[in-house]
Design a binder for this molecule. Structure first.
Ligand code: NAD
Ligand code: AHE
Ligand code: ZN
Ligand code: ZN
Length: 374
């Protein structure tokens, strides 16, 4: 039996700065090398809000946002062999083809096989699978998880353990993997190291978990919203500080607290001024700062080159450096084995029709993660 076009409820972003509206969209069957999945749950990440705000130079409208999902394979296109109907999968905005220069380098998770079309809101063949009354609706980050059904290339799906509740492990589709991976993979924080984490949303708190798992000796958690401190401490932060409580730059405060600076720092906000603080709170000679936050069009980072001449290192990470198909299933298994919890992060759940509440809760600082249940 060949799959047909199906109707699905989806949250559509029609233009920048406007709330999403729930629409009935047509979702085409998966083409060769593609898979259609039924989304069970999707987290809402700050990057969705970033793109909706209009700050994303790659933002395209109308689009179906969402990139932190969990779903079940509904149908597969011609030639698909690695997943089959009924498999539980996590969509990957960083796919893994295993054969491009990037995949073969052994140095990066940034597979580039489909990056160009993905950045244009299109499937690899240059068309979209979503439409309303025949008019195209664009994909987002190759995922579009704010829809009952979505279509992805086979190389952009991680097949995961069916025992894992998709309502929780959807968070491994972006936020939690990004924060933990940044610490354990990108920075490779070692036992006893000192760490500073700027921004205690889903990403920063996951970095706290990563630093705790890496047995960092000191985990300094920084946020201007002190309501985030309780969970940060529960997850292993040793110090929680609010930059607003000091009349000197926060990097100076941290340098004093740590006898010269931290071994590693992580920026989990997307604020270029904080990125500078995060670099400059690193220890002379070896401190490494990892940029995770995404900053808007036209924003640039700066520091005195002397900061790097004297041994500090500036780097960045996407999806925590994790290769989705080969490495994400293991994160799911480690979650199932109880190495870390996800429920602490899920402060709110809602149906798709209330998805705009998730954005409001994020902007007001009341949520860590909202998860939409389909
Ligand atoms: P979030 O909104 O849940 O959390 C951001 C936190 O930063 C909040 O707690 C907020 O109070 C705090 N904050 C804001 N301004 C601050 C300041 N000046 N000083 C200290 N704290 C401040 O966001 P999130 O979902 O955790 O995402 C964080 C960032 O990471 C976003 O920029 C997002 O786009 C980015 N991100 C990047 C990747 C990647 O692969 N590189 C993956 C996911 C998210
Ligand atoms: N489109 C933005 C860049 C956005 C960005 O950096 N995205 C991260 C993932 S954020 C997940 O919440 C990423 O994966 N980047 C690597 C890539 O190839 O996009 C812009 O500035 O144009
Ligand atoms: Zn994200
Ligand atoms: Zn590749």
């Amino acid at each position: 039996t060949t799959a047909q076009t199906i109707k699905a409820k989806a949250a559509v972003a029609w233009e920048a700065g406007k709330p999403l509206t729930i629409e009935q969209v047509d979702v085409m069957p998966p083409q060769a090398g593609e898979v259609r999945i039924k989304i069970i749950a999707s987290g809402v990440c700050h990057t969705d809000a970033f793109t909706l705000s209009g700050d994303d130079p790659e933002g395209i409208f109308p689009a179906i946002l969402g990139h932190e999902g969990g779903g079940i394979v509904e149908s597969v296109g011609e030639g698909v062999t690695s997943v089959s109907v009924g498999d539980h999968v996590i969509p990957l905005y960083t796919p893994e083809c295993g054969e491009c220069k990037f995949c073969l380098s052994g140095k990066t998770n940034l597979c580039q096989k489909i990056r160009e079309t993905q950045g244009k809101g299109l499937m690899p063949d240059g068309t979209t699978r979503f439409s309303i009354d025949g008019k195209p609706i664009y994909h987002y980050m190759g995922c579009s998880t704010f829809s009952e059904y979505t279509v992805l290339p086979e190389i952009a799906l991680a097949k995961v353990n069916k025992q894992a509740p998709l309502e929780e492990v959807c968070l491994l589709g972006c936020g939690v993997t990004t924060g933990m991976g940044a610490v354990m993979n990108t920075a490779n924080v070692e036992q006893g190291a000192t760490v500073a984490i700027f921004g205690l949303g889903g990403i920063g708190l996951s970095a706290v978990i990563g630093a705790t798992m890496a047995k960092a000796s000191r985990i300094i958690a920084i946020d201007i919203n002190e309501s985030k401190f309780e969970l940060a401490k529960k997850l292993g932060a040793t110090d929680c500080i609010n930059p607003k409580q000091y009349d000197k730059p926060i990097q100076d405060v941290i340098v004093e607290l740590t006898d010269g600076g931290v071994d590693y720092s992580f920026e989990c906000i997307g604020n270029v001024d904080v990125m500078r603080s995060a670099l400059e709170c690193c220890h002379k000679g070896w401190g490494e700062s990892v940029i995770i936050g995404v900053a808007g069009a036209g924003q640039e980072i700066s520091t005195r080159p002397f900061q790097l001449v004297t041994g500090r290192v500036w780097r960045g990470t996407a999806f925590g450096g994790v290769k989705g198909r080969s490495e994400l299933p293991d994160y799911v298994n480690r979650y199932l084995e109880g190495e870390f919890k996800l429920s602490d992060f899920i402060t709110h759940t809602m149906g798709l029709s209330d998805i705009n509440d998730a954005f409001d809760l994020m902007h007001s600082g009341k949520s860590i993660r909202s998860v939409v249940h389909f």
